[in-house]
Design a protein around this ligand. Structure first.
Ligand SMILES: [Zn+2]
Length: 1028
């Protein structure tokens, strides 16, 4: 999946947030069963009971996982439950009656424990801890490897089962499904009714029994199952809503080695959100409302469209049939096999059975009235679909997809497996795009471009297509076993997106973009709230949270670093071909990748597995300190950890392929030398004395470098004398690193300024945009502290630093992408800082655009600047809003929306937010974009913050807790705060949310960021006062 650039292109799921479902469940049903009383109905344990969820004994014994109990009570209670002790029946009179957990909550034994109870509890905890440790170290089993080892049947732990909706015991108590049954194939029949917003379905699942068991446990959410049969007899489907699980209990064991078939008929409503099987609409050119239905299943929503084993490791084949009215068409993963007229006047389309095994999250189908633009590429028919009137905007996507498909077929040495590949632009879609096998879905912005669109707009489309196409191999062919290794999908697809386009379409110059996303990944990963690339995932919220820059951009960065450690691209390529071939059609974890690459790539200098495990198993990255004495170089590493209290130190060590160039040879790739730093520190000798060293050549390594006071001034001096002494990537890397070190407190702000002295002579995109971004961030913080005097002096500094370069920019069409990037950054900055010349030019261009009635084209890279200036002016806001409402071309529309959200007018700000929330005139999917734009200004951000607090519950209905959209919203509204008062407000609001989001990683990140901003301001305000 592509979560999109900026903030807003996010996938959205869950018609009801999980916590709401859980709460309503708690009110109706007991969450714990008295085992002593219910032992007769208690299902027998089987091997599945003790696999997975290794984190703690609590998870093994708690039916509901995360319910609210005090920690100390909880441990005792767990032990008591384990024992099935009769004292569970004691009353708990003191529990608050207002608690939603009250009605059927378990009586608690340990509220006033006797000493004997304490001894029993403690003893039992010791036993539980020991047993848990044992299972923790048992290898997890999957279908893809050597198979499951039968766990120890004598395990004394008996889980506490929750209660199904019908009052019976639900025979499973974990988030992950049991491993005893493997689905082999699904036969799906779907009958969507786009008028009534409902659908019915029939799902036939053929499965194989791997271990003898008394139950089948799988997923289903919001499905009303009307009939279920197993071996020609009716069976009852049990449902446990909080985990979206379904089950069938059998009195007789299903024996290992058997094959069997479960058939279910059901009905359901279309999802109101953007996940599951959801209904959507668009307004056509004649202002008619056109309805369509589409799917978005990753990560946890296939279960909302059909009952299934909804985990990535349960791969199977799919045969899909969908009925439709004659005026519609349908699409699914596979080519259409046949169409049949039904007696009710509808047509049923049947698709070929999938030729490869695939995970449920990759299933997709669409019912709409789209039209295709088609081309054959080797063995595959490629089609780009859109609403009929935008079909003229599909040509570029078709051309670049064809080139990329040929590139990947050749690069991976494995052909794309299907006869067809459809790319579909969906008018109402939250994610940037979704890589469903054979049927890739996109936002219109990420697939459609007009012939006259600028290369910068084409760059967006090409990047997203390159990403989703790479997933057809990384993700679809070889899939991560569980969401903890999401980076195997997303890191690879992100890396391949840049790598493939550098080959296929070098004119798009994606290098600058990749460099800047690596900087942002470093910034996020420096925080204490970050996580390892491969990390534990035990709740649905944690699954959502994996879609973040660590999985995507850090994943891509460490692959780049690995590739750059070898001379040439071919060795790395050989390694990944080997990996793809070895695991084709299977599921893997991170170790499989490193083991596979180790076989092909390791040399006596480098063990790939050892090196790369140090980057995927630990959070954060190293700070490399370099000390140069004549020709002797000393390197040291430590964890680059930004903490507000400076107390946390870690002993993390990385295997770092440190690259370096020096003053006598610094530009060509041949100048680059490598030293692998594995220890805390190490020393080596250069062949000659040098004046300076620049480490991390072209910033291909995922680390930050501190050169020490002398080292920094030598580099600053060298650049001041001659900008061209380093590559533009190296200059950008120095700028990024010195600001990061200033945040860490390792360099003074005067050293930062000393380096920046050279910048006014720089004309390349990446160093200039990086410096702009860093300075702008300080300016925004000053503005939000209402240090108006300092803010205006900072503004003057920024303007004067870039005055010459800004003055050189034109307002005509510009061909070169990197010049477009530079120009749009400079002019946006100048106009945002109210540079008179800039705002006049932009205003006059907007007036001409209005007068031309849309026939005059504003160059694509200047549109944002022009629309923002128009949106900030009370005179032109209404005109812009009018154009926005009638505009059809999504990428222009989004720029207009950003312009509209830049207004400082309170009424208009409130208006935009409420339109967005209602989804009228402004689509709800755009709210994260609206909020991030508003938060660029002091006043706008105040309104956005109020809005978020007032509408939190509605927001998490639209954007699931932990999702990329929610992450982006929290970041936008907090990242430029730096005062104690702001910190207190943010802290108070989020801690008050409790289970409605207070535990999110992004909340921790926000609080840390504010504290770090506060610390930086405290330290540097005096310097700023003096120096500005
Ligand atoms: Zn992706």
């Amino acid at each position: 999946m592509d979560c999109g650039a900026e903030t807003a292109e996010l996938h959205k799921r869950a018609s009801l947030p999980r916590n709401m479902i859980e709460n309503s469940m708690f009110e109706e049903e007991p969450d714990v069963v008295d085992l002593a009383k219910d032992s007769t109905t208690f299902p027998a344990l089987d091997p599945d009971e003790v696999t997975y969820e290794p984190r703690s004994s609590r998870l093994l014994v708690r039916g509901l996982g995360e319910n609210d109990m005090d920690d100390d009570e909880e441990d005792c209670e767990s032990s008591a439950r384990l024992l099935g002790m009769s004292f569970m029946n004691r009353s708990s009179a003191h529990r608050s009656n207002s608690s939603p957990y009250t009605r059927q909550a378990p009586p608690r034994s340990c509220s006033r424990p006797s000493s004997r109870t304490i001894v029993v509890c403690v003893l039992f905890l010791v036993i539980v801890a020991s047993v848990t440790m044992v299972f923790y170290f048992l290898p997890g089993c999957t279908f893809t490897k050597a198979g499951c080892h039968k766990p120890n049947k004598t395990n004394p732990i008996e889980p506490v089962y929750p209660i199904s909706t019908n009052g019976e015991l639900f025979p499973w108590a974990q988030l992950r499904l049991p491993q005893s049954i493997k689905p082999l194939s699904y036969d799906l029949t779907l009958n969507p009714d786009l008028d009534k917003m409902t659908f019915t379905g029939r799902t036939v699942i053929s499965m194989s029994i791997l271990h003898s068991t008394n139950r089948i446990v799988f997923h289903g959410a919001n499905l009303n199952i009307t009939k279920a049969t197993f071996k020609a007899s009716d069976v009852t489907i049990l449902e446990y809503k909080p985990r979206q699980q379904l089950a069938v209990n059998f009195s007789e064991e299903l024996k290992a080695g058997q094959y069997c078939v479960l058939t279910m008929e059901y009905s359901a409503n279309f999802s109101n959100a953007y996940d599951g099987f959801y209904k959507s609409f668009y307004i056509d050119k004649d202002r008619n409302k056109r309805v369509l239905a589409a799917t978005q299943f990753e990560p946890l929503s296939a279960r909302k469209a059909f009952p299934c084993f909804d985990e990535p490791a349960f791969k199977a084949t799919f045969l899909i049939k969908i009925s439709r009215k004659k005026t519609y068409m349908t699409l699914s993963n596979m080519p259409k096999a046949k169409s049949t007229n039904l007696s009710n006047g509808l047509v049923q389309d049947e698709f070929e059975k999938t030729s490869v095994n695939m995970s449920t999250y990759l299933v997709a189908f669409i019912v709409a009235d789209f039209t295709p633009n088609t081309k054959n590429v080797s063995e595959t028919q490629v089609s780009v679909y859109s609403v009929p009137e935008k079909n003229g905007h599909t040509e570029y996507a078709l051309t670049i997809t064809s080139k990329l498909l040929e590139f990947y077929n050749n690069f991976f040495d494995i052909n794309y497996p299907l006869k067809k590949l459809d790319l579909v632009a969906i008018p109402d879609f939250l994610a940037g795009a979704m890589e469903n096998l054979g049927l890739i879905t996109f936002r219109e912005t990420t697939l459609l471009v007009g012939k006259e669109s600028s290369l910068l707009e084409k760059q967006v489309v090409a990047s997203v297509i390159a990403h989703e196409l790479a997933h057809q191999w990384f993700g679809n062919l070889v899939t991560m076993t569980w969401w903890n290794d999401l980076w195997l999908n997303e890191g690879f697809a992100t890396y391949m997106e840049y790598m493939s386009l550098q080959e296929v379409s070098p004119d798009l110059e994606t290098g600058n973009l990749f460099l800047s996303v690596r900087f942002r990944a470093l910034d996020k990963d420096a925080l204490n709230s970050s996580h390892a690339v491969s990390t534990d995932v035990n709740t649905t919220e944690q699954v959502e949270e994996m879609f973040d820059s660590v999985s995507y951009e850090k994943g891509a960065s460490i692959l780049l670093m690995l590739n750059a450690s070898f001379p040439g691209d071919q060795q790395f390529r050989k390694g990944i071909i080997e990996y793809l071939k070895q695991f084709s059609g299977l599921n893997t974890d991170t170790d499989d990748l490193w083991n596979s690459l180790t076989q092909v790539l390791s040399t006596h200098h480098m063990n790939v597995s050892q090196m790369m495990t140090s980057w995927t198993s630990q959070k954060g990255f190293p700070l490399v300190t370099v000390n140069l004495m004549g020709n002797q170089v000393t390197l040291a590493q430590e964890h680059f950890l930004l903490t507000s209290d400076n107390t946390t130190h870690t002993s993390s060590l990385w295997h770092i392929p440190v690259t370096y160039v020096n003053d006598s040879c610094s530009l060509a790739p041949e100048c680059r030398q490598v030293f692998t730093l594995k220890n805390k520190s190490d020393t080596f000798k250069l062949s000659e004395n040098v004046t300076w060293l620049k480490l991390n050549y072209k910033n291909t390594g995922f680390y930050i470098v501190d050169y020490g006071k002398d080292g920094w001034s030598a580099l600053a001096q060298a650049l001041f004398s001659n900008v061209g002494v380093l590559t533009h990537e190296d200059r950008a890397s120095l700028i990024h690193n010195i600001f990061a070190l200033s945040r860490l407190g390792r360099v003074s702000f005067l050293q930062v300024i000393n380096l920046l002295k050279y910048v006014s002579a720089d004309t390349e995109t990446s160093p200039v945009t990086e410096a702009l971004l860093q300075l702008n961030n300080i300016y925004r913080q000053l503005e939000k502290r209402q240090e108006s005097n300092l803010a205006s002096r900072m503004k003057n500094f920024i303007m004067s630093t870039f005055r010459n370069l800004t003055a050189k920019q034109t307002w005509e069409e510009e061909e070169n992408v990197s010049k477009q990037e530079l120009r749009s950054a400079l002019l946006e900055m100048a106009c945002n800082l109210n540079d008179e010349n800039c705002t006049q030019q932009a205003t006059s261009l907007f007036k001409k655009y209005m007068e031309s009635n849309g026939t005059l084209r504003i160059p694509g890279d200047l549109q944002q600047t022009v629309f923002t200036v128009a949106g900030r002016s009370d005179e032109t806001w209404d005109a812009l809003f009018n154009i926005y409402v009638h505009a059809t071309y999504d990428s222009e529309k989004r720029k207009m929306l950003k312009g509209l959200a830049s207004t400082q007018n309170p009424q208009r700000l409130v208006q935009i937010l409420s339109f967005g929330l209602r989804g009228s005139l402004i689509q709800t999917q755009e709210l994260p974009l609206v909020i991030s734009t508003m938060c660029q200004s002091f006043a706008g951000c105040l309104f956005a913050w109020d809005f978020i607090q007032e509408n939190w519950d509605r927001l998490i209905e639209k954007f699931p807790i932990g999702s990329f959209a929610i992450q982006a919203i929290i970041k936008s509204v907090t990242s430029q705060s730096s005062t104690q008062a702001q910190l207190n407000k943010v802290q108070a609001f989020f801690s008050g949310l409790k289970e409605r989001g207070s535990q999110m990683r992004s909340v921790q990140e926000a609080l840390e960021t504010i504290k770090l901003n506060q610390r930086w301001m405290d330290r540097n305000l005096p310097t700023l006062q003096k120096w500005l």
